[in-house]
Design a protein around this ligand. Structure first.
Ligand SMILES: C[S@@+](CC[C@H](N)C(=O)[O-])C[C@H]1O[C@@H](n2cnc3c(N)ncnc32)[C@H](O)[C@@H]1O
Length: 284
């Protein structure tokens, strides 16, 4: 079968499955599988595919038709300046979370010796992106999921950052273990913040493929913030800053949680869609 012919079949299958961007998704799957740059992909549309190539492509397109995200099918996601490998225990990093990276890197000198803690590190995308820009910074990423911690370690290695990043399986509710990690100048967190009642209404790409541990934020979506506010004094040094990603329209509730715990609200940051996505607090 010709590459172009199978490609058009794939676009049709993905359109029928109500995939939002069928042509783009099929293109990424084809280019990744056949190791083709975009220009070669266009030029090679009339070439014959081997049986193995065609079978592999059909298998991947079927997965996308089942609404598995392209990033999960190819096992990686571009975020900030790096590529992060994913597994079933890691959230698929969102472009919105780059808002937090931008906020932190603007606040510190590139050469500053900042100590960073990432609560709920997942693929490690936040901590590793920060370490990439702040070249003398060191950091620790924790996650209650051992599978996520393993993936983050691999991502640190693959992106040449493992000498400054440590990843450990820790539950942030465990104050004793958390306190043993030491004090940090910067604490960042993108905790699970979807209210339980909203989970069912999420699109299949999220609901069926992102780990529930990375999504579910209790009845009101704020449970993790309350838990983190309780342990933050154990890890955030005097004069330090805490940056939290938040869900849409949750800024007032999250500000209340941290200001009641003695933190001073400093600044809010909007994502590219104009939604307030990150809040910054200062330690007392
Ligand atoms: C929304 S995901 C964020 C992942 C990653 N930081 C990112 O931005 O893509 C939240 C992460 O918090 C972790 N998590 C949930 N509850 C936790 C807890 N009690 N202690 C530590 N990590 C937790 C989840 O396993 C998940 O990896």
């Amino acid at each position: 079968m010709k590459l172009g012919e199978l490609f058009e079949q794939a676009v049709e299958e993905l359109s029928k499955a109500k995939v939002e961007t069928p042509r783009l998704d099929a293109e990424i799957l084809f280019m990744d599988t056949l190791s083709l740059a975009k220009s070669d992909f266009v030029l090679q549309k009339s070439r014959d595919l081997s049986d193995d190539e065609a079978a592999k492509l059909k298998e991947l397109v079927d997965l996308r038709a089942k609404r598995m995200p392209v990033s999960r099918i190819i096992g990686k996601r571009g975020f900030w300046k790096y590529t992060f490998a994913l597994n079933e225990n890691t959230l698929d990093p969102r472009a919105d979370s780059e808002t937090l990276i931008e906020a932190v890197v603007k606040d510190y000198d590139k050469a500053a010796k900042v100590r960073i803690l990432d609560l709920g590190t997942g693929s490690g995308c936040l901590l590793l992106s920060l370490l990439g820009d702040l070249v003398n910074a060191k950091g620790v990423g924790i996650d209650t999921s051992v599978g996520a911690v393993d993936m983050a370690k691999e991502n640190a290695e693959a992106n040449g950052l493992s000498d400054r990043a440590t990843f450990v399986p820790v539950d942030w509710r465990d104050g004793e273990i958390l306190g043993n990690l030491g004090k940090f100048d910067v604490v960042v967190a993108n905790p699970p913040y979807i209210p339980l009642a909203d989970i069912e209404g999420l699109k299949p790409e999220v609901k069926d493929y992102d780990p529930m541990l990375a999504l579910a934020g209790g009845d009101d979506g704020l449970l993790s913030y309350r838990q983190i506010a309780m342990v933050l004094p154990l890890v955030l040094d005097a004069g330090g800053a805490f940056y939290a990603e938040i869900g849409k329209d949750k800024e007032e509730r999250v500000k209340e949680i941290f200001t009641k715990s003695g933190y001073a609200f400093k600044k809010e940051y909007k994502d590219l869609g104009g939604i307030i996505r990150v809040l910054k607090f200062l330690s007392p």
